[in-house]
Design a protein. Structure first.
Length: 284
């Protein structure tokens, strides 16, 4: 089957953006596009990260610990590297991808702002669908709905939307560059309506201000599967300047292990299916 060229293919011959939003964009070749999965993701065959770095810049992001330089870590959220040879690498891979399980993405968000400009993920999806891969997509971005036509081509696919709180106040402190909570819920509801398998991942679960209203909003998406995981302030990695406001908010809202457990128990009583931790991230 012929693959429609996406905007990334087209952009190879046109000037590439050097800045999108507050993030500096650079372009580097990568040794590979699929990485053998390990650790938390070891239930998968591969992870796929089209970008290095993430302009969503969540203050607690563990991926910031895996970067090459201290400068990159300290400026997490302000830079993104595009794997400029990602399409060629995937296209030329000889490995049979039929029924191989792939998690996109483990250390970046595939649908961050730069993707809207480049369309790299869109082109990667067309190849993965054609080659019969089994895909799980993890994002915080409504942009995922742009590619519903491609997701419909997969035999096995799941889209996970991360929603960490009901509160825009909490979201702005921990995830200041991420899309608002309501936009994420609307997007995953659209995925659900398109009959693409999907989940909402409450990971990490940040302070929730009104648990009952939150549960109602989650159920209104008509998503059936939810995953929750705790946020540990003492283990969280806050980027410079956010630690104090974040910790103060956690203290104000009394968000500790007891509050987490109480919130999870109330959500579990209402949500159709709530898995906890790694079990909820297994391949489809
Ligand atoms: S969206 Fe994901 S990868 Fe990006 S900063 Fe937030 S936690 Fe990290």
């Amino acid at each position: 089957m012929m693959r429609e060229p996406g905007p990334f293919s087209d952009s190879l011959s046109t000037p590439q953006p050097e800045r999108v939003g507050r993030a500096a964009i650079s372009y580097r070749p990568s040794a590979s596009i699929l990485t053998r999965a390990s650790g938390f993701m070891s239930d998968y065959d591969y992870t796929l990260n089209p970008y290095v770095g993430c302009a969503f810049g969540c203050t607690y992001c563990y991926a910031a610990s895996f970067v090459r330089t201290l400068d990159q870590r300290d400026h997490w959220g302000e830079w993104v590297e595009v794997k400029e040879n990602a399409l060629a690498k995937l296209r030329n891979m000889r490995t049979d991808l039929r029924d191989k399980t792939i998690y996109m993405s483990s250390v970046t968000d595939p649908y961050q702002l730069v993707e809207r400009r480049l369309g790299l993920v869109r082109d990667l999806l067309a190849i993965l669908a054609e080659r019969g891969a089994r895909l799980v997509v993890q994002t915080r971005s409504p942009l995922v709905t742009r590619d519903l036509d491609l997701y419909a081509r997969f035999t096995h696919v799941r889209i996970n939307m991360t929603v960490t709180t009901d509160s825009e106040r909490v979201r702005r402190i921990f995830e200041p560059q991420c899309p608002p909570n309501a936009a994420r819920l609307n997007a995953i509801a659209a995925v659900c309506r398109a009959n693409i398998p999907c989940s909402i991942t409450l990971t990490p679960l940040l302070p929730v201000e009104d648990v009952d209203a939150f549960a109602t909003a989650l159920c209104a998406t008509e998503v059936d599967d939810f995953v929750v995981q705790p946020f540990h302030a003492e283990r969280g990695r806050f980027v410079a300047g956010t630690r104090e406001p974040a910790l103060a908010l956690i203290r104000d809202l009394g968000w500790d292990h007891v509050a987490y457990r109480r919130t999870v128990d109330r959500l579990r009583a209402v949500l159709p299916h709530l898995a906890e931790g790694r079990a909820g991230f297994r391949p489809q």
